[in-house]
Design a protein. Structure first.
Length: 249
């Protein structure tokens, strides 16, 4: 109930701001795909909450690991798509191209599955990369004022060459995505997953293009990673927790 109240409060701010659109960067619900009954209730709750957004403010969604599982498959992706729409797609606002990706596919390649369905994440990965390469072709930079990528798992938290962890994209996929994005002239990548604010810059070693990676925290649970905590801040071991209120907004 506390997170529902925090979400309602955030929506009231959105309605006052009147943005061109709103994007939720994944983990729309907390239940895993195999938790059918709990998941169904949370989907209903999410949709009821988001219906509070003014009708003239479009809502866009993308999937997180809770939505499709840590190792997604065609069944969990279909389940997500049934309730929320495509797991990757594009849209254009004011001459800016927004590319929404399913970052859980490359992130989950080497993770364990706890969901029913075929073990076909590798096939899903190949399909999405082919789509991305088509969307971010060389001609893309000449068609749009800017290109923005939207994702759940950030390519990196602070440094493009940081080690792999729970909260960033695996280095091989990260380098491939950043290189592709740089060739296309992508302006920025916006991500979630980390439950903290973070970010940094990537400079392509070949063409010198610079793009910003912006990782934003959650509406609900906030993770604390102060220097007093032990563990790796890129892993679950580096997690602490605090509650957002009027003094921590």
């Amino acid at each position: 109930q506390e997170e529902v109240a925090m979400a309602s409060r955030s929506i009231s701010y959105v309605n006052k701001l009147k943005p061109k659109f709103v994007v939720v960067c994944g983990d729309l619900i907390n239940a895993w795909p195999h938790q059918a009954a709990v998941r169904e209730e949370q989907v209903k709750s999410y949709k009821a909450l988001m219906s509070q957004i003014d009708e003239d403010i479009p809502l866009l969604c993308l999937c997180g690991n809770h939505d499709v599982g840590n190792r997604p498959n065609s069944r969990t992706v279909d389940l997500y798509s049934r309730d929320f729409g495509d797991d990757y797609y594009t849209f254009t606002v004011g001459g800016v191209l927004f590319v929404v990706t399913n970052s859980i596919i490359p992130w989950g390649l080497d993770r364990e599955s706890h969901s029913d369905g075929p073990d076909d994440v590798s096939e899903l990965d190949q399909k999405q990369w082919a789509w991305l390469e088509e969307i971010l072709g060389a001609e893309s930079k000449d068609k749009y004022t800017h290109i923005i990528l939207l994702t759940h798992v950030s390519p990196f938290i602070n440094d493009p060459e940081e080690h792999d962890g729970y909260f960033n994209m695996p280095l091989v996929a990260r380098r491939r995505l950043l290189s592709l994005a740089s060739r296309a002239g992508v302006k920025a990548v916006f991500a979630g997953h980390y439950h903290r604010n973070a970010g940094g810059w990537y400079t392509d070693p070949i063409n010198g293009h610079r793009l910003e990676v912006v990782t934003t925290t959650a509406i609900g649970c906030q993770i604390n990673s102060t220097s007093q905590l032990e563990g790796d801040p890129l892993e679950l071991s580096g997690m602490g927790e605090f509650v957002m209120d009027d003094t921590r907004c």
